[in-house]
Design a protein around this ligand. Sequence first.
Ligand SMILES: *Cc1c(COP(=O)(O)O)cnc(C)c1O
Length: 220
Amino acid sequence: MNFKMSIASNLQKVKSQLPKNVTLVAVSKTKPVADILEAYNAGQRIFGENKIQEMVDKQAQLPSDIQWHMIGHLQRNKVKYMASFVSMIHGVDSGKTLLEINKQANKHNRIIDCLLQVKIAEEETKFGLSEDEVCHILNDPKIQSMENCRIVGLMGMATFTDDTLQIEREFEHLYQFYSSLQPKHPYFKTLSMGMSGDYKIAINLGSTMVRLGSLIFGAR
Ligand SMILES: *Cc1c(COP(=O)(O)O)cnc(C)c1O
């Protein structure tokens, strides 16, 4: 079996393990267009990238019915390059960035779905908002009046560790916070948590969207 065959079979295997209510984002960062096409031909339509320029280049070469998700840390001045096509932005960590997304989406007469990234990991290196900051953003009238940027949920990354209990604690915490916001925010429908190493834990703790890279495309 060659490498490309294995992308399709990896995908099939992963999908067979996901509950129906959990959406799969195939994280294709650093991988060539041919690999993405292989996954596409196996039925996958949602792909995640963490660099805007890389996503823009790939989008131009691939079928137009792909839904592109930006999962990386955002540079506000680059939002304009993806505003015409990006389907969901996971890593939003400021009100200013939301307002820029709203402005750029408006130019294309589109609505872009966004997730607020919450810092749940104990690692210093992982970025994201505190719960207070999330509430502050959600209560800001300028944010509430946005017409082209819709906040549809939260995203979080657990600490990179073998300590399953710690990962569970961090995901459980994010799930509780998400659940507490949901009644007041009718658009909240997405909790993006879980990567190749921890997605099973995330699903057990209420994830509705997993972002899987190496499990599908192999090691980077
Ligand atoms: C790279 C990346 C992933 C996928 O990581 P894997 O361990 O390869 O599944 C998921 N989420 C984010 C934010 C990433 O940057």
